[in-house]
Design a protein around this ligand. Structure first.
Ligand SMILES: Cc1cc2nc3c(=O)[nH]c(=O)nc-3n(C[C@H](O)[C@H](O)[C@H](O)COP(=O)(O)O)c2cc1C
Length: 192
């Protein structure tokens, strides 16, 4: 059910399995990453990092696919681009741990995916990949944590997808009602 005052772009966003390998213009990918950079962050540390590859460099794109769990690779291989999000978990000035690095990076990714949708580009994030393989491939030091792999593309027709996956794209995934996660004055008291 549509919520009248919630921004349409927020209500309309979803994560399809059917993505197309049709090229997404570079200026759109740039805008998505720039949008990520507008996110707020603790001490304005901007702890996020993104690295991406597209179908145009098949060798590197295939390397990225190789990090994924098989269940994700089957559909993500149809995407045009894959972005890997990472967080630097120490403050750059003091070197002390930044416990908000992952939180902040999540906000940056949220900007990225709404910016994408505003340009008809769809995004599907994945936690199902080998963090170790990513760390090794990019020679990351221990302060940098790979967080999600993000498949990016225009909406596809899903022709190569197994029927179960295609079916999953037919319905939007349900959400809890606001009263299940928002409370007023005490956690015993649903907000609305
Ligand atoms: C951190 C994170 C990890 C996720 N990992 C996977 C994944 O490995 N495979 C997958 O198919 N979807 C993955 N998803 C997508 C979620 O399943 C999806 O966002 C959720 O079911 C809500 O659906 P919606 O995005 O279509 O609204 C992930 C999403 C997030 C934010």
């Amino acid at each position: 059910m549509k919520k009248e005052l919630v921004l349409e772009i927020i209500q309309e966003r979803w994560s399809p399995y059917s993505l197309s390998s049709t090229p997404v213009e570079e200026y759109k990918i740039k805008a998505m990453l720039e949008a990520a950079g507008y996110a707020p962050s603790c001490f304005n540390e901007q702890p996020w990092m993104f690295v991406y590859s597209t179908q145009q460099n098949k060798k590197v794109f295939d390397d990225y696919l190789g990090f994924m769990d098989d269940s994700n690779r089957v559909w993500a291989q149809n995407a045009y681009a894959i972005i890997i999000s990472m967080a630097r978990t120490k403050f750059s000035d003091s070197g002390t741990p930044n416990r908000f690095a992952i939180y902040d990076t999540g906000m940056a990714v949220s900007n990225l995916l709404h910016q994408a949708l505003s340009m008809d580009v769809y995004v599907h994030q994945m936690g199902g990949f080998s963090v170790e393989k990513v760390k090794e491939y990019f020679k990351l030091n221990d302060d940098v944590v790979p967080l999600t792999m993000i498949a990016v593309g225009y909406m596809g027709e899903g022709l190569s997808l197994a029927p179960e996956l295609l079916k999953r794209d037919e319905n939007r995934r349900p959400r809890k009602s606001v009263n299940e996660f928002a409370f007023k004055e005490s956690l015993a008291n649903p907000a609305f």
